[in-house]
Design a binder for this molecule. Structure first.
Ligand code: IPE
Ligand code: IPE
Ligand code: MG
Length: 249
């Protein structure tokens, strides 16, 4: 086989590309089905899902991932019952309080995307204090998407550009991909390498639509509460075996 015919080496062996993704995002889906299979309430599924978050965070840190972005609540999840939303809000408060010390100790920096203020001043204040307390940490950045919707995020970026153009501080002719990317909530984060969705659904549900332009996508049948350390390692293995081309050959 000549050099020209040789297949591309797996990503782990490509020059300048690490086999470990720098930035992983997860659509943590399937808590309700996990609970239903066991005859449990939906909130029991969310509780089990929160435990899986701890495991995933630890796995990401152990494997040297730089950024883990978790879809915790979408802007469409307000369509759920008031009871489920209250349960989810209470769970977030409980886990944040319980886990903050560990997060700090493990060198995790917390970041938020989405309009989390909608959850009310108690949770919003607690989240902001956690962000403040962990801002100097460098081992892993945990980005939690709360009341997040990608189309809303892109519309906000467009609005900012339009405002700047109207004010004369931006020339419309210069607006390019970078100008939009810089106005997204993820502007300071590395590119999204790997997007995982659990639960067997094969859709993005309004998550990181812009950022996923060249991400590797991994759809798994595993329900989120069952996503353990082994599942995380498997996902990394699948990523490492893929060949990213970015439009090249
Ligand atoms: C994901 O699990 C958690 C949130 C969306 C908050 P679901 O609650 O969507 O679980 P399924 O999809 O009903 O199984
Ligand atoms: C996506 O899951 C949102 C989160 C995991 C937070 P959903 O369960 O809300 O998505 P759909 O409704 O199946 O698209
Ligand atoms: Mg779901």
């Amino acid at each position: 086989m000549t050099a020209a015919q040789a297949p591309d080496p797996p990503i782990g062996q490509q020059r300048g590309q690490a086999s470990i993704p720098r930035h992983i995002a997860i659509i943590m889906d399937g808590n309700g089905r996990w609970a239903a299979k066991r005859g449990l309430s939906r909130v029991a599924g969310h509780r089990a899902g929160a435990e899986a978050v701890r495991t995933a965070l630890q796995s990401a840190a152990d494997h040297g991932v730089e950024v883990l972005t978790l879809y915790a609540f979408s802007s469409e999840n307000w369509r759920r019952s008031a009871e489920e939303i209250a349960d989810l809000t209470a769970l977030m408060r409980f886990y944040l309080e319980r886990e903050l010390k560990t997060i700090e100790k493990e060198g995790v920096r917390l970041r938020l995307i989405g309009d989390y203020a909608a959850f009310g001043p108690d949770l919003a204040g607690q989240l902001e204090r956690a962000v403040e307390r962990t801002k100097a940490n460098t081992r892993l950045t945990l980005v939690v998407a709360l009341n997040y919707g990608s189309q809303t995020e892109i519309a906000a970026a467009a609005r900012r550009l339009a405002t700047d153009a109207a004010a004369g501080t931006v020339d419309p002719a210069t607006i390019d991909e970078a100008a939009i990317g810089a106005r997204l909530e993820t502007a300071d984060l590395p590119p999204l390498d790997l997007l995982i969705r659990t639960s067997g659904e094969v859709r993005l549900s309004n998550f990181l639509l812009w950022q996923a332009a060249y991400s590797e996508l991994l759809f798994l049948d595993t329900l989120w509460p069952d996503f353990d350390d082994r599942a995380f390692a498997d996902a990394l293995e699948q990523y490492a075996s893929r060949q990213r081309r970015f439009g090249g050959r």
